[in-house]
Design a protein around this ligand. Sequence first.
Ligand code: MLT
Length: 242
Amino acid sequence: MLLHAFPLNARMWEPQLDLAAGGWRIIAPHFRGFDGGDAKPPIVAIDDYVGDVIDVLDSLHVHEAVVVGLSMGGYVALAMVRHTPRYLQALVLADTRPQADTPEGVDGRKRLIALAEKEGAGAIAAEMLPRLLGDTTLRARPAVVESVRGLVTSNSPEAIAGALHAMMTRPDSTALLPKIHIPTLVMVGDEDRVTPPAVAEEMHHAIGGSDFAVVPRAGHLSNLENVEAFNNALADFLAHRV
Ligand code: MLT
């Protein structure tokens, strides 16, 4: 079960669909309202996304899944650890953090909500791309930059604002980490400036027995910026730890 980042949507996981060749069944839902979906009822909390994810699993009769969450997807995965642990067979936390937003972070979210409502998804893409993508991608991978911009602009301002509200009200999950006893992989792009490697390493140390992989020459969207390294680390974890 692949859970996407903000402000993208599930199509960001297309480069990971190759893992199906290894015999894995892949489920990658859009969070509510993303990619032109129905944003009603509006999202108020990360737990609303958890409810939607569980509905997907239940409707497919999946009792247990390896949950891979990148960034906001990781916030949702950690909320699953809190509320619905029996659905988790293993966990991959990529380019994410357990901490809640700081007061400055909340102010930034409010500004982005106003921007989304006033100027739409294009303005959100212009604002966020330089932070989301690593220096190598910004310099040398124009096709990745444009494809991420396309993913962002296919989302409605309502879906974007809902996610911002959900993220800025999420609780701190740091205390949950030592209670995670399922196989876990922590991953991070070495050029990630949103959730830097030091944050990921701390999370890895707090989750006993977890694996750790640094994705080279990749920023916050490590699965898109260095597909080969991301997929190799994920495939290795799936083969040896799950
Ligand atoms: C994401 O990639 O999901 C977001 O950058 C996470 C965040 O803004 O906290």
